[in-house]
Design a protein around this ligand. Sequence first.
Ligand SMILES: [Zn+2]
Length: 73
Amino acid sequence: MRTPKQLYPQTSKIDTYELKTCPICGHLLKQEEYTNGRKIVQTMESVIKIAYLPKRCLNPDCDGQGTNLRPAG
Ligand SMILES: [Zn+2]
């Protein structure tokens, strides 16, 4: 019987969305209080745990309303 290989994260990385204002309407963005997209990534050198903090536009008339903006990374 084979034992499943386990991944042990060596470093963790949390990204925040780079922009302070909305790319669609220019309104200020609100930093969400939770992290999203948490996952464990295995690279050639190490195992990294990553997550990001999404931001949301505060303008109720904005086309981007309701979508979380993710960091490019
Ligand atoms: Zn907006």
